[in-house]
Design a protein around this ligand. Structure first.
Ligand SMILES: NC(=O)c1ccc[n+]([C@@H]2O[C@H](COP(=O)([O-])OP(=O)(O)OC[C@H]3O[C@@H](n4cnc5c(N)ncnc54)[C@H](OP(=O)(O)O)[C@@H]3O)[C@@H](O)[C@H]2O)c1
Length: 267
C-alpha cells in the first residue's frame, strides 16, 4: 500500500510521502507520478529509499517554467536541496509526427534546469527516455545522426536541432530535412542526448560530488498511453528507474549513459 501523503507543499500539485520533513532528510521528487510509470517507482522508492518521496502531478506542468518553480523552492527551504530526481513526466506514443509536431524535450529540460543546481553530492538523476530514441536516431539522415552522436554536441546545438525539427514539420519538409516520422522518437532522442550533455557538465563542474545521471527506458509498459497490449507491468517498468535512483553511494558507473534492463546500451 502506498502511504498517505503526510504533508503537502504550498501548491496542490505536490505530495510528500513518508514525511518527517527536516533539512537532513534525504528527498526524491518524481515527476508525473500520479499514474503510470512515474507512480510505480514512487511506490517502490517509498519502500526502499531512506527518506521522503515527493510526487508531482500535471498541475506542476513541466512545459511551463513558472509552474515548476514552486517545487525547487520548497525543496531548497525544507530539505536544502534534493538527493535523487526521477524525471519521468512526459507523453508516450501519442501520435505520429504529422498530428503532433510538438517536441516535448523542453519539459524534461525545464525540470533539469531547475533541479540540477540543487542536487546534493552523491545525488542520482534518472531521466526517463525510451528505446524509441535509438529507433528514431537510426531513422534520421546520416548528417543528423552524426550531429546527435557527436561527443562535443552542446546543449544549445541540441536545442537548435529540436527547434528545427518542429519548424521543419510545420513547414512540411521534415522528411526532406532528414527527420523520421515520429515526434515522440525525436523527443526521446533529445532526452537521451541531453542526459549525456548534462552528465558531461557535472563531470566538469562538480567532479568531486560523485553525482550519477543517466537516461533509461522502462520497457514497453501497460500504462494509459501504451495500452493493455504492452507486456510489462508497472512494477517491471519501475525496475530500471529505481535501480538507477538507488545506485550505491560508492558507485562510479553508470553515468551519462542510456540504460535498459539495468544494462548500458551504447549510443
Ligand atoms: N509506457 C511505456 O511503454 C513507455 C515506454 C518507454 C518510455 N516511456 C516513458 O515513461 C514516461 C511515463 O509514461 P507512461 O507510459 O507512464 O505515461 P502515462 O501513464 O500517460 O503517464 C505520464 C505521466 O506524466 C504526466 N505528464 C504528462 N505531461 C506532463 C506535463 N507537461 N507536466 C507534468 N506532468 C506531465 C502525466 O500527468 P497527467 O496524468 O496529469 O496527464 C502522467 O502522470 C514518459 O516519459 C514516457 O515517454 C513509457
Amino acid at each position: 500500500m502506498i502511504p498517505k501523503p503526510a504533508s503537502a507543499c504550498p501548491t496542490t500539485a505536490l505530495h510528500v510521502l513518508k514525511a518527517t520533513v527536516s533539512s537532513s532528510t534525504p528527498v526524491v521528487p518524481v515527476t508525473g507520478a500520479k499514474k503510470g510509470i512515474g507512480f510505480a517507482p514512487a511506490h517502490n522508492l517509498c519502500q526502499q529509499f531512506l527518506g521522503d518521496v515527493v510526487l508531482t502531478a500535471q498541475e506542476l506542468d513541466i512545459d511551463d517554467l513558472q509552474s515548476i518553480c514552486a517545487l525547487p523552492d520548497f525543496l531548497r527551504q525544507e530539505y536544502r536541496g534534493l538527493d535523487v530526481l526521477v524525471n519521468n513526466a512526459g507523453v508516450a506514443f501519442k501520435s505520429t509526427w504529422i498530428s503532433d509536431h510538438e517536441n516535448k524535450l523542453f519539459g524534461t529540460r525545464n525540470v533539469c534546469m531547475e533541479f540540477l543546481p540543487l542536487i546534493k553530492p552523491q545525488g542520482r538523476v534518472v531521466n526517463v527516455s525510451s528505446r524509441k530514441s535509438f529507433v528514431a536516431l537510426e531513422d534520421c539522415s546520416p548528417e543528423l545522426q552524426e550531429k546527435f552522436r557527436r561527443d562535443a554536441i552542446t546543449e544549445d546545438e541540441l536545442v537548435g536541432l529540436m527547434n528545427k525539427s518542429v519548424e521543419d514539420t510545420k513547414n512540411g519538409v521534415h522528411r526532406k530535412e532528414g527527420w523520421p516520422d515520429t515526434a515522440y522518437g525525436v523527443t526521446k532522442t533529445g532526452v537521451t542526448v541531453l542526459s549525456q550533455i548534462h552528465a558531461g557538465k557535472l563531470n566538469e563542474q562538480r567532479r568531486g560530488d560523485k553525482i550519477l545521471l543517466n537516461a533509461c527506458c522502462p520497457g514497453w509498459v501497460r500504462t494509459d498511453v501504451a495500452g493493455p497490449e504492452a507486456p510489462r507491468t508497472l512494477e517491471e517498468g519501475a525496475e530500471t528507474p529505481v535501480y538507477l535512483a538507488l545506485l550505491p553511494s560508492d558507485a562510479k558507473e553508470p553515468h551519462g549513459h542510456f540504460v535498459f534492463e539495468k544494462k548500458v546500451k551504447q549510443w
